[in-house]
Design a protein around this ligand. Structure first.
Ligand code: PLP
Length: 284
């Protein structure tokens, strides 16, 4: 396995950054996860566009030109002989003596790792996954894909302890914001596809955007709006989306069975459309 650290391809086991990296001390950094399916990077342009936005919002300079990063991404696929894998990209504000203020001459850190993945087993796709809800305790710039992920670490752990695949976070008004590492979707009893509108309150998923494009192409009616937990319990279908799960049907929320308890037809149709969009067949 090969990793990339600041201009060098190194064996994964030897890859490291300095202890005074601001990513380590302040979580002062951003990241992206790009899925590799059949040896191809899925939605790479979308992920690079969002990375550029995250960097800009935090005034972190590009460590290399975007085109160079795009090249390194391809090299990581090649050098790791990756077929089904997750490519992790992290940029921090770099190494500097510990001080909250930005360093004068920042040299941002760029790290890439590549890990083989099996995606969800076919049985998971046939049954759908379960979700539990929890309060959203995050900051108010969730539109930035920051490495500051403690609420999600706690949320995912809580979900795992409850035997659930994902946690859906809920705002003060009782509306679902998103999953700990995914966007949340329902299909209403009227057959309308619903997912929360982009704002500072959620991360605008690249998979989310592509699935909305698919819905548009297929002439599926959708609304970008917040939905309450109760509406989700009563929904005909539910699913999550992310780079690593694509569109993954949800069949239980807080123990409530969704629809007839099986993955929904529209969810599966959108999953298929997304696979076509990234030019791959479903690895499941
Ligand atoms: N929302 C959150 C909080 C996430 O962490 C993620 C991905 O990790 C997503 C949504 C889905 O985004 P994407 O489809 O770009 O993977």
């Amino acid at each position: 396995r090969i990793a990339y650290v600041n201009g060098r391809y190194v064996p994964h086991a030897d890859a490291s950054v300095h202890i005074e990296d601001r990513g380590f001390q302040f979580a002062d950094g951003v990241y992206e996860v790009v899925t590799i399916v059949d040896g191809r990077l899925a939605d790479a342009d979308g992920h690079l566009t969002r990375l550029a936005r995250s960097l800009k919002e935090l005034s972190i300079p590009w460590p290399v030109k975007p085109a160079t990063l795009r090249f390194v991404m391809g090299e990581m696929v090649r050098r790791n002989r990756a077929r089904h894998a997750l490519l992790y990209i992290q940029i921090t504000r770099g190494v500097a003596p510990r001080d909250f203020k930005f360093p004068k001459n920042p040299a941002p850190t760029l790290v890439l790792t590549c890990r083989r993945t099996a995606f969800q087993p076919a049985a998971t796709l046939e049954k759908g996954v379960s979700v539990i809800t929890m309060p959203d305790i995050r900051w108010l710039r969730r539109d930035i894909k920051s490495t500051s992920l403690l609420p999600q670490v706690l949320g995912k752990q809580k979900a795992a302890e409850a035997g659930a695949f994902e946690g859906w976070m809920v705002d003060d008004q009782g509306f679902v914001t998103e999953g700990c590492s995914s966007n949340a979707w329902i299909v209403t009893t009227d057959g309308i596809l619903v997912t929360r509108q982009p704002s500072n309150e959620i991360l605008n998923g690249i998979t989310r955007l592509s699935i909305l494009d698919c819905a548009r192409d297929l002439g599926i009616a959708f609304e970008e709006r917040a939905f309450r937990v109760d509406e989700a319990y009563a929904a005909r279908e539910a699913f999550i989306s992310s780079a690593s799960t694509f569109a993954l049907p949800v069949t239980r929320i807080d123990g409530h069975t969704i629809g007839d308890g099986k993955p929904g037809a529209l969810s599966l149709r959108l999953r298929q459309a997304y696979m076509d969009h990234i030019g791959s067949t479903d690895p499941v």
